[in-house]
Design a protein around this ligand. Structure first.
Ligand SMILES: [Zn+2]
Length: 82
């Protein structure tokens, strides 16, 4: 288990992940972002990487970003053929 003693929660509730711990979450996407989920367990918060998924079918493959969401190419084709 890796820990840091640096305070990293600001008055707006934003959390800064210390540089030495960031590799645990993996590489950022093309936009420089890493999508995460935060789960409260007792008095602890667990931050986990969330793999981008299609908003319609939850597929993680062939995603296209559209208005801050992801849609897979298969769903796009299905919508086109409606
Ligand atoms: Zn889909």
């Amino acid at each position: 288990m890796m820990k840091t003693k640096k305070p990293c929660l600001d008055s707006f509730g934003r959390v800064g992940i210390p540089r030495n711990l960031r590799p645990i979450l993996g590489e950022a996407d093309e936009s420089g972002k890493i999508e995460v989920s935060v789960t409260a367990v007792g008095d602890k918060l667990i931050i986990e990487r969330v793999a981008p998924q299609c908003i319609l079918c939850s597929s993680e493959n062939d995603l296209v970003e559209f208005k801050d969401t992801n849609i897979c190419k298969s769903c796009i084709e299905k919508i086109k053929n409606m």
